[in-house]
Design a protein. Sequence first.
Length: 287
Amino acid sequence: MNYTKEIQDIAAKLFAEGKIDVFVGYRVNGFDDNQVPVLITDPQDVSKLVFTDKSVFNLVNYLKNDHTRRKRVGLVVKGCDSRSLNLMLTESQVKRENLYVVGICCEGVVDEAGQKMQNCTDCMVPDAVVSDELLGTPSGSDTLSGSYKMNADIAMLAEKPLTERAAYFEEVFENCIRCNACRHSCPLCYCAKCCIDQETATLYNGANTTSGAFHALMTWSLHLAGRCVDCRNCEKACPSHLPLHLLHKQNESVIYENFQEHLAGVVTGDRGAFYKYSLKDPDDFIM
Ligand code: SF4
Ligand code: SF4
Ligand code: SF4
Ligand code: SF4
């Protein structure tokens, strides 16, 4: 997968036609072969743009900061990223008319060791669901009625008794240092005042205790329930290398099975399971 030339050409054309103020893409890290996000404002710099299977980050996260707010933005989205963009549009966080979206029919990205990422192996929506132009060949996957692929880690955990599962989660997540890099790197965590930020915490008093940290992560994951698109931006940002997908994929599988037979962000205008509370909702999965 290499769309470097196409993306450079698109960005150059958008600047030349005066259609954008900034282009959000990827560039090669100056230190090694890995890539980092880049915000291009000078048309002379479009040659820095790249797109390969190392373009791992979800650039939609950059639509929530001051560098792009109220600007006309070009950006690149893979399938998972585009679902978070769809949710940001639905939640009125960005204006569609301010965006030029280059969608990718994604073949998967790799980690720093060159291994295909787990979310890519499991991916159910590889093609961008929002775009002004699409690069690559659509997979033809049916995003609405295609069969759900249960995450292998969640399937393994589902076999454990509830008490063992709870103990496992507490043990894994006790290594959280409450840095909040996960929430800051999630495009769907855009609240100006976040209830789990250490500095502003009203629920947890900023307490850096195991139970406080675990409680904060559980709360965070519930705020993403029915919204998380499995881009793993949060996991890539976590300095403790915690498997945050366990929280999100657990929620996703419960929601998919009980409330919403499609994945988050695939339906434009759909606000997700938490907005559709009904007294008839099943609750037998609650401990
Ligand atoms: S999860 Fe899917 S869309 Fe996202 S990077 Fe992996 S293969 Fe591409
Ligand atoms: S919680 Fe993590 S995996 Fe889910 S959308 Fe946010 S950054 Fe992506
Ligand atoms: S964790 Fe909740 S309150 Fe904090 S930014 Fe995310 S959605 Fe908002
Ligand atoms: S990024 Fe990792 S260590 Fe930091 S708050 Fe999130 S889970 Fe905890």
